[in-house]
Design a protein around this ligand. Structure first.
Ligand SMILES: [Zn+2]
Length: 269
């Protein structure tokens, strides 16, 4: 896979309605500005010039529905409902993966017996546990080379981006977050197609149950669940809870519905 060009969408989510434990999830949801930028950037790819009609996506490949991966095709609908209405699309359609197994790179260290290394290893093992949970629903494969990965799981503290608020002319300093997921689009060379790459950052300070819950939650975003559940029983609930739930039927009902939506991603141009 050859990277021709990639665009970073670091769309950060604003403040949450509430956060019982004092920590908040941050997963980026694009706003109007990002949408306009995204369309402009994609037009720039195809025309090599910035066009003045940001809503015109007619030169992009048409949005179509990919075949469901086997694991989702055989998932039986149930009466638990979903939260599909909370899921955001992008200028290129829903964030649907189409080449399986997805390649996931997870930060790790050599097995040296120091305290710092042990903490790192626990972090890595927890990431693998969350990957194994989602692997029941979408085929995932860990890879050791990060440059070929579709999804990067990095042990790092997400940076706080200080932004100028155009209304108040003051700088907004966002609260520190412990985890976030970003995506970017790029063009693959053979075949030429628009591809997706996700980067998950999870703080080294997380441990135990909350680390597993965070990994599970952020992986859900990286697999395409680009939004939050309003119910605390779901892994993609917008806030952390003291007794984190496993992946729920509603999570998978939502995931399946997303994968039944049209997207411009992954189609040969
Ligand atoms: Zn989230």
């Amino acid at each position: 896979m050859k990277f021709i060009k990639d665009w970073v969408f670091n769309c950060r989510r604003g403040k949450q309605p509430f956060a019982p434990t004092g920590k908040i999830w941050r997963s980026p949801i694009e706003g109007k500005i990002i949408t306009v930028i995204a369309i402009c950037l994609m037009l720039a790819i195809f025309h090599q010039a910035v066009h003045s009609q940001p809503q015109d996506t007619s030169n992009l490949p048409p949005a179509k529905v990919h075949a469901l991966p086997q694991s989702l095709a055989t998932w039986e609908q149930n009466n638990q409902g979903d939260y599909f209405n909370e899921i955001k699309s992008t200028p290129l359609g829903y964030l649907v993966w189409s080449q399986f197994p997805l390649k996931i790179y997870v930060d790790s260290v050599p097995p040296e017996n120091t305290a710092a290394n042990q903490r790192f290893q626990q972090w890595t093992e927890t990431a693998r546990k969350a990957i194994a949970e989602w692997n029941d629903y979408l085929p995932l494969q860990e890879v050791s080379a990060r440059n070929i990965a579709d999804i990067l799981v990095l042990r790092s503290q997400p940076e706080r981006a200080v932004k100028l608020n155009p209304d108040t002319r003051l700088y907004d300093i966002p609260r520190a977050v412990s985890a976030q997921t970003n995506y970017k689009f790029y063009l693959t060379a053979d075949p030429v197609a628009i591809a997706l790459r996700m980067t998950i950052q999870v703080s080294p300070n997380f441990t135990g149950v909350s680390l597993l819950a965070t990994m599970r939650h952020e992986l859900g975003h990286a697999l395409g669940i680009w939004g939050h559940s309003p119910k605390a029983e779901d892994a993609l609930y917008f806030s952390q809870v003291s007794n984190p739930p496993a992946i729920s039927q509603r999570d998978i009902n939502t995931l399946k519905k997303i994968y039944q939506q049209p997207t411009r991603l992954g189609w040969k141009i």
